[in-house]
Design a protein around this ligand. Structure first.
Ligand code: AMP
Ligand code: TRP
Length: 338
Protein backbone atom coordinates (compact mmCIF):
# COMPACT_ATOMS: atom_id res chain seq x y z
CA UNK A 1 0.00 0.00 0.00
CA UNK A 2 1.30 3.48 -0.67
CA UNK A 3 0.65 7.00 0.56
CA UNK A 4 -1.99 7.62 -2.09
CA UNK A 5 -4.24 4.83 -0.83
CA UNK A 6 -3.57 5.29 2.90
CA UNK A 7 -5.71 7.85 4.72
CA UNK A 8 -2.94 10.13 5.93
CA UNK A 9 -2.25 12.06 9.13
CA UNK A 10 -4.09 15.38 9.19
CA UNK A 11 -1.73 18.12 8.09
CA UNK A 12 -1.90 21.34 9.96
CA UNK A 13 -3.50 21.63 13.38
CA UNK A 14 -1.02 21.87 16.23
CA UNK A 15 -1.38 19.33 19.01
CA UNK A 16 0.60 19.42 22.24
CA UNK A 17 0.84 16.26 24.31
CA UNK A 18 2.84 15.09 27.28
CA UNK A 19 2.74 12.57 30.11
CA UNK A 20 3.98 12.31 33.68
CA UNK A 21 4.55 8.94 35.27
CA UNK A 22 2.57 8.23 38.41
CA UNK A 23 5.48 6.42 39.99
CA UNK A 24 6.11 8.99 42.73
CA UNK A 25 5.04 12.41 43.95
CA UNK A 26 5.43 15.22 41.38
CA UNK A 27 8.66 17.07 42.17
CA UNK A 28 10.32 20.38 41.34
CA UNK A 29 12.00 18.84 38.26
CA UNK A 30 8.61 17.73 36.92
CA UNK A 31 7.19 21.17 37.59
CA UNK A 32 9.90 23.41 36.16
CA UNK A 33 10.94 20.99 33.39
CA UNK A 34 7.47 20.03 32.16
CA UNK A 35 4.22 20.61 34.11
CA UNK A 36 4.56 24.40 34.19
CA UNK A 37 4.63 24.41 30.36
CA UNK A 38 1.63 22.07 30.27
CA UNK A 39 -0.34 24.55 32.33
CA UNK A 40 0.84 27.74 30.62
CA UNK A 41 0.78 26.63 26.97
CA UNK A 42 -3.01 26.17 26.72
CA UNK A 43 -3.40 29.74 27.95
CA UNK A 44 -1.14 31.19 25.26
CA UNK A 45 -1.77 28.89 22.28
CA UNK A 46 -5.31 27.83 21.42
CA UNK A 47 -4.07 24.62 19.77
CA UNK A 48 -5.17 21.19 21.07
CA UNK A 49 -3.59 20.05 24.32
CA UNK A 50 -3.47 16.56 25.83
CA UNK A 51 -1.79 15.81 29.17
CA UNK A 52 -1.91 12.42 30.76
CA UNK A 53 -0.89 10.38 33.76
CA UNK A 54 1.39 7.62 32.53
CA UNK A 55 0.19 4.78 34.75
CA UNK A 56 1.10 2.04 32.25
CA UNK A 57 4.67 3.34 32.32
CA UNK A 58 4.60 3.52 36.11
CA UNK A 59 3.92 -0.23 36.16
CA UNK A 60 7.45 -0.88 34.92
CA UNK A 61 8.58 -0.12 38.48
CA UNK A 62 5.45 0.08 40.68
CA UNK A 63 4.55 -3.02 42.72
CA UNK A 64 1.98 -1.71 45.19
CA UNK A 65 -1.57 -1.47 43.73
CA UNK A 66 -2.92 0.88 46.41
CA UNK A 67 0.05 3.17 46.07
CA UNK A 68 -0.29 3.26 42.27
CA UNK A 69 -3.99 4.21 42.53
CA UNK A 70 -3.18 6.91 45.03
CA UNK A 71 -0.32 8.32 42.93
CA UNK A 72 -2.55 8.51 39.86
CA UNK A 73 -5.04 10.55 41.86
CA UNK A 74 -2.28 12.70 43.33
CA UNK A 75 -0.88 13.46 39.87
CA UNK A 76 -4.33 14.44 38.57
CA UNK A 77 -4.95 16.59 41.65
CA UNK A 78 -1.56 18.24 41.15
CA UNK A 79 -2.44 19.34 37.62
CA UNK A 80 -5.79 20.69 38.74
CA UNK A 81 -4.39 22.40 41.83
CA UNK A 82 -1.67 24.07 39.80
CA UNK A 83 -4.35 25.47 37.51
CA UNK A 84 -4.55 23.34 34.36
CA UNK A 85 -7.58 24.71 32.50
CA UNK A 86 -9.47 21.53 31.64
CA UNK A 87 -11.78 23.46 29.34
CA UNK A 88 -8.79 24.11 27.07
CA UNK A 89 -6.68 21.03 27.78
CA UNK A 90 -7.61 17.35 28.03
CA UNK A 91 -6.37 15.63 31.19
CA UNK A 92 -6.60 11.85 31.18
CA UNK A 93 -5.20 8.57 32.40
CA UNK A 94 -2.99 6.66 29.96
CA UNK A 95 -4.66 3.34 30.84
CA UNK A 96 -8.04 4.70 29.71
CA UNK A 97 -6.70 4.53 26.15
CA UNK A 98 -5.84 0.86 25.53
CA UNK A 99 -5.34 1.58 21.80
CA UNK A 100 -1.81 2.71 22.62
CA UNK A 101 -0.89 -0.95 23.03
CA UNK A 102 -2.13 -1.79 19.57
CA UNK A 103 -0.06 1.03 18.16
CA UNK A 104 2.94 -0.08 20.25
CA UNK A 105 2.74 -3.47 18.56
CA UNK A 106 2.56 -2.00 15.07
CA UNK A 107 5.59 0.17 15.78
CA UNK A 108 7.43 -2.81 17.32
CA UNK A 109 6.96 -4.82 14.14
CA UNK A 110 8.57 -2.25 11.86
CA UNK A 111 11.12 -0.64 14.21
CA UNK A 112 14.66 -1.95 14.59
CA UNK A 113 15.68 -3.39 17.96
CA UNK A 114 18.83 -1.28 18.03
CA UNK A 115 16.68 1.79 18.65
CA UNK A 116 15.58 0.47 22.04
CA UNK A 117 18.95 -1.10 22.83
CA UNK A 118 20.52 2.36 22.56
CA UNK A 119 18.01 4.00 24.93
CA UNK A 120 20.05 5.83 27.55
CA UNK A 121 17.37 5.93 30.25
CA UNK A 122 17.05 2.13 30.08
CA UNK A 123 20.82 1.73 30.48
CA UNK A 124 20.87 4.23 33.36
CA UNK A 125 18.11 2.39 35.20
CA UNK A 126 19.97 -0.89 34.86
CA UNK A 127 23.21 0.73 36.03
CA UNK A 128 21.37 1.92 39.12
CA UNK A 129 20.49 -1.65 39.95
CA UNK A 130 16.94 -1.93 38.59
CA UNK A 131 16.25 -5.48 37.42
CA UNK A 132 15.15 -5.07 33.80
CA UNK A 133 11.69 -6.37 32.94
CA UNK A 134 10.37 -6.57 29.38
CA UNK A 135 8.19 -3.51 29.95
CA UNK A 136 11.18 -1.42 30.92
CA UNK A 137 12.85 -2.35 27.62
CA UNK A 138 9.69 -1.64 25.59
CA UNK A 139 9.05 1.60 27.46
CA UNK A 140 10.13 3.95 24.62
CA UNK A 141 7.93 2.07 22.10
CA UNK A 142 4.89 2.58 24.34
CA UNK A 143 5.88 6.22 24.76
CA UNK A 144 6.16 6.57 20.97
CA UNK A 145 2.65 5.13 20.65
CA UNK A 146 1.40 7.60 23.30
CA UNK A 147 2.72 10.43 21.21
CA UNK A 148 1.76 9.18 17.75
CA UNK A 149 -1.77 8.13 18.82
CA UNK A 150 -2.88 11.77 18.95
CA UNK A 151 -1.18 13.14 15.81
CA UNK A 152 0.98 15.12 18.21
CA UNK A 153 3.13 17.92 16.85
CA UNK A 154 4.85 19.14 20.06
CA UNK A 155 5.87 17.25 23.18
CA UNK A 156 6.79 19.58 26.09
CA UNK A 157 9.21 17.59 28.28
CA UNK A 158 12.45 17.83 30.26
CA UNK A 159 15.80 17.15 28.57
CA UNK A 160 15.88 13.53 29.81
CA UNK A 161 13.01 12.64 27.44
CA UNK A 162 14.50 14.02 24.23
CA UNK A 163 16.00 10.71 23.16
CA UNK A 164 12.61 9.03 23.66
CA UNK A 165 11.02 11.56 21.32
CA UNK A 166 13.75 10.90 18.75
CA UNK A 167 12.89 7.21 19.05
CA UNK A 168 9.23 8.11 18.41
CA UNK A 169 10.30 10.02 15.28
CA UNK A 170 12.32 7.03 14.08
CA UNK A 171 9.58 4.50 14.81
CA UNK A 172 7.04 6.67 12.96
CA UNK A 173 9.42 7.00 10.02
CA UNK A 174 10.04 3.23 9.82
CA UNK A 175 6.29 2.51 9.75
CA UNK A 176 5.57 5.31 7.29
CA UNK A 177 8.38 4.17 4.98
CA UNK A 178 6.53 0.89 4.48
CA UNK A 179 2.87 1.85 4.76
CA UNK A 180 2.65 5.49 3.72
CA UNK A 181 2.04 8.71 5.57
CA UNK A 182 0.25 7.35 8.65
CA UNK A 183 2.01 8.84 11.67
CA UNK A 184 2.84 12.48 12.10
CA UNK A 185 6.37 13.50 13.15
CA UNK A 186 6.45 14.99 16.67
CA UNK A 187 9.02 17.49 17.99
CA UNK A 188 10.29 17.89 21.56
CA UNK A 189 9.66 21.22 23.25
CA UNK A 190 12.05 22.08 26.10
CA UNK A 191 11.73 24.65 28.85
CA UNK A 192 14.19 27.41 27.90
CA UNK A 193 15.76 27.69 31.34
CA UNK A 194 14.98 24.59 33.37
CA UNK A 195 15.10 21.51 31.18
CA UNK A 196 17.35 19.72 33.70
CA UNK A 197 16.58 20.53 37.33
CA UNK A 198 19.16 19.22 39.81
CA UNK A 199 18.22 17.04 42.77
CA UNK A 200 19.17 17.54 46.41
CA UNK A 201 22.47 15.72 45.73
CA UNK A 202 23.29 17.70 42.57
CA UNK A 203 22.45 14.83 40.16
CA UNK A 204 19.32 15.16 37.99
CA UNK A 205 16.23 15.31 40.22
CA UNK A 206 14.36 12.05 39.75
CA UNK A 207 11.58 10.10 41.47
CA UNK A 208 13.76 7.01 41.46
CA UNK A 209 17.00 8.56 42.77
CA UNK A 210 15.75 9.52 46.26
CA UNK A 211 16.91 13.09 45.64
CA UNK A 212 13.64 14.82 44.81
CA UNK A 213 11.58 17.50 46.48
CA UNK A 214 7.79 17.19 46.29
CA UNK A 215 6.32 20.45 45.05
CA UNK A 216 3.80 20.61 47.92
CA UNK A 217 6.26 19.84 50.70
CA UNK A 218 5.84 22.29 53.59
CA UNK A 219 6.78 23.02 57.20
CA UNK A 220 9.28 20.78 58.98
CA UNK A 221 9.51 18.24 56.15
CA UNK A 222 10.34 21.03 53.70
CA UNK A 223 13.07 22.38 56.02
CA UNK A 224 14.44 18.88 56.37
CA UNK A 225 14.52 18.32 52.60
CA UNK A 226 16.14 21.69 51.89
CA UNK A 227 18.61 20.91 54.69
CA UNK A 228 19.76 17.94 52.60
CA UNK A 229 20.84 20.09 49.63
CA UNK A 230 24.54 19.44 49.16
CA UNK A 231 26.90 22.20 50.35
CA UNK A 232 30.53 22.36 51.47
CA UNK A 233 32.41 23.64 54.50
CA UNK A 234 33.69 26.96 53.10
CA UNK A 235 32.78 29.94 55.33
CA UNK A 236 30.35 32.63 54.06
CA UNK A 237 33.07 35.32 53.79
CA UNK A 238 35.14 33.27 51.35
CA UNK A 239 34.57 34.47 47.76
CA UNK A 240 33.02 31.63 45.72
CA UNK A 241 32.18 30.92 42.10
CA UNK A 242 28.34 30.93 42.02
CA UNK A 243 28.40 28.35 39.22
CA UNK A 244 29.45 25.61 41.62
CA UNK A 245 26.81 26.28 44.28
CA UNK A 246 23.81 24.00 44.14
CA UNK A 247 21.70 26.20 46.43
CA UNK A 248 22.03 29.07 43.96
CA UNK A 249 20.76 26.73 41.20
CA UNK A 250 17.72 26.03 43.35
CA UNK A 251 17.18 29.72 44.09
CA UNK A 252 17.29 30.41 40.34
CA UNK A 253 14.09 28.40 39.95
CA UNK A 254 12.19 30.81 42.17
CA UNK A 255 13.79 34.26 42.22
CA UNK A 256 13.49 36.85 39.50
CA UNK A 257 16.72 37.20 37.49
CA UNK A 258 17.75 40.48 39.11
CA UNK A 259 17.29 39.18 42.64
CA UNK A 260 19.12 35.95 41.76
CA UNK A 261 21.93 37.97 40.16
CA UNK A 262 22.42 39.82 43.44
CA UNK A 263 22.70 36.59 45.45
CA UNK A 264 25.33 35.41 42.96
CA UNK A 265 27.23 38.71 43.00
CA UNK A 266 27.37 38.78 46.82
CA UNK A 267 28.56 35.17 46.88
CA UNK A 268 31.29 35.94 44.35
CA UNK A 269 32.43 39.05 46.23
CA UNK A 270 32.65 37.30 49.62
CA UNK A 271 33.40 39.38 52.74
CA UNK A 272 31.02 40.35 55.54
CA UNK A 273 28.01 40.96 53.22
CA UNK A 274 28.15 37.52 51.60
CA UNK A 275 25.28 35.11 52.25
CA UNK A 276 26.02 31.82 53.99
CA UNK A 277 24.44 28.53 52.99
CA UNK A 278 22.02 28.72 55.93
CA UNK A 279 20.80 32.07 54.67
CA UNK A 280 20.28 30.66 51.17
CA UNK A 281 18.34 27.73 52.58
CA UNK A 282 16.03 30.04 54.54
CA UNK A 283 15.36 32.09 51.42
CA UNK A 284 14.67 28.94 49.40
CA UNK A 285 12.23 27.55 51.97
CA UNK A 286 10.36 30.86 52.03
CA UNK A 287 10.24 30.95 48.21
CA UNK A 288 8.90 27.39 47.93
CA UNK A 289 6.27 27.96 50.63
CA UNK A 290 5.09 31.15 48.92
CA UNK A 291 5.17 29.93 45.35
CA UNK A 292 3.01 26.88 45.94
CA UNK A 293 0.77 28.16 48.76
CA UNK A 294 -2.32 28.85 46.58
CA UNK A 295 -1.98 25.49 44.80
CA UNK A 296 -1.42 23.71 48.12
CA UNK A 297 -4.72 25.11 49.39
CA UNK A 298 -6.53 24.07 46.18
CA UNK A 299 -5.02 20.60 46.51
CA UNK A 300 -6.53 20.25 49.99
CA UNK A 301 -9.95 21.16 48.59
CA UNK A 302 -9.67 18.76 45.65
CA UNK A 303 -8.67 15.88 47.90
CA UNK A 304 -12.01 16.32 49.64
CA UNK A 305 -13.88 15.95 46.34
CA UNK A 306 -12.59 12.81 44.60
CA UNK A 307 -15.75 12.59 42.48
CA UNK A 308 -14.88 15.84 40.76
CA UNK A 309 -11.39 14.55 39.90
CA UNK A 310 -12.95 11.34 38.55
CA UNK A 311 -15.34 13.37 36.39
CA UNK A 312 -12.48 15.35 34.86
CA UNK A 313 -10.54 12.16 34.08
CA UNK A 314 -13.62 10.44 32.63
CA UNK A 315 -14.32 13.38 30.32
CA UNK A 316 -10.66 13.47 29.33
CA UNK A 317 -10.64 9.74 28.60
CA UNK A 318 -13.59 10.03 26.18
CA UNK A 319 -11.95 12.78 24.20
CA UNK A 320 -8.48 11.25 24.16
CA UNK A 321 -9.75 7.80 23.25
CA UNK A 322 -11.80 9.03 20.30
CA UNK A 323 -8.66 10.54 18.88
CA UNK A 324 -6.52 7.44 19.47
CA UNK A 325 -9.15 5.13 17.95
CA UNK A 326 -9.11 7.18 14.74
CA UNK A 327 -5.32 6.99 14.50
CA UNK A 328 -5.31 3.27 15.38
CA UNK A 329 -7.90 2.62 12.64
CA UNK A 330 -5.82 4.56 10.13
CA UNK A 331 -2.73 2.53 11.05
CA UNK A 332 -4.65 -0.79 10.98
CA UNK A 333 -6.03 -0.07 7.53
CA UNK A 334 -2.61 0.95 6.27
CA UNK A 335 -0.91 -2.27 7.32
CA UNK A 336 -3.72 -4.62 6.31
CA UNK A 337 -5.32 -5.48 9.65
CA UNK A 338 -8.70 -4.16 8.51
P1 AMP B 1 8.66 11.61 34.99
O1 AMP B 1 8.59 11.94 36.43
O2 AMP B 1 9.88 10.84 34.63
O3 AMP B 1 7.40 11.03 34.46
O4 AMP B 1 8.82 12.99 34.24
C1 AMP B 1 7.73 13.83 33.89
C2 AMP B 1 8.22 15.05 33.15
O5 AMP B 1 9.10 15.80 33.99
C3 AMP B 1 9.03 14.70 31.90
O6 AMP B 1 8.75 15.66 30.89
C4 AMP B 1 10.46 14.83 32.34
O7 AMP B 1 11.35 15.16 31.30
C5 AMP B 1 10.34 15.99 33.32
N1 AMP B 1 11.42 15.92 34.32
C6 AMP B 1 11.63 14.88 35.20
N2 AMP B 1 12.72 15.15 35.95
C7 AMP B 1 13.19 16.36 35.54
C8 AMP B 1 14.29 17.19 35.93
N3 AMP B 1 15.10 16.83 36.92
N4 AMP B 1 14.48 18.36 35.28
C9 AMP B 1 13.64 18.76 34.28
N5 AMP B 1 12.60 18.03 33.87
C10 AMP B 1 12.36 16.84 34.48
N1 TRP C 1 8.50 8.72 29.83
C1 TRP C 1 7.96 9.98 30.30
C2 TRP C 1 8.71 10.38 31.55
O1 TRP C 1 9.19 9.57 32.31
C3 TRP C 1 6.49 9.86 30.58
C4 TRP C 1 5.75 9.68 29.29
C5 TRP C 1 5.11 8.53 28.90
C6 TRP C 1 5.61 10.64 28.25
N2 TRP C 1 4.57 8.74 27.66
C7 TRP C 1 4.84 9.98 27.24
C8 TRP C 1 6.03 11.95 28.07
C9 TRP C 1 4.51 10.64 26.05
C10 TRP C 1 5.70 12.59 26.89
C11 TRP C 1 4.95 11.94 25.88
O2 TRP C 1 8.82 11.52 31.82
Amino acid sequence: MNAATTPSAPGKARTYLSGVQSSGLPHLGNYFGAIRQHIELPLTDPAEHFYFIADYHALTTSRDPEELRERVRETAVTYLALGLDVERATLFRQSDVPEVHEITWLLSCTGGMGLLERAVSFKEKIERGLKPNIGLFLYPALMAADILAYDTTFVPVGADQVQHIEIAQDLAASFNAIYGDVFRRPEALLSREHSKVPGLDGQKMSKSYGNSLWIFETGKLLSKAVGRIATDSRPPEEPKDPAGILLLDFLKLFLDPEDHGQWCARTLAGGPGAPGYGHMKQRLIQAIEERFAPARARREELLKDPAEVDRVLARGALKARARAVAVRDRAFRACGLR
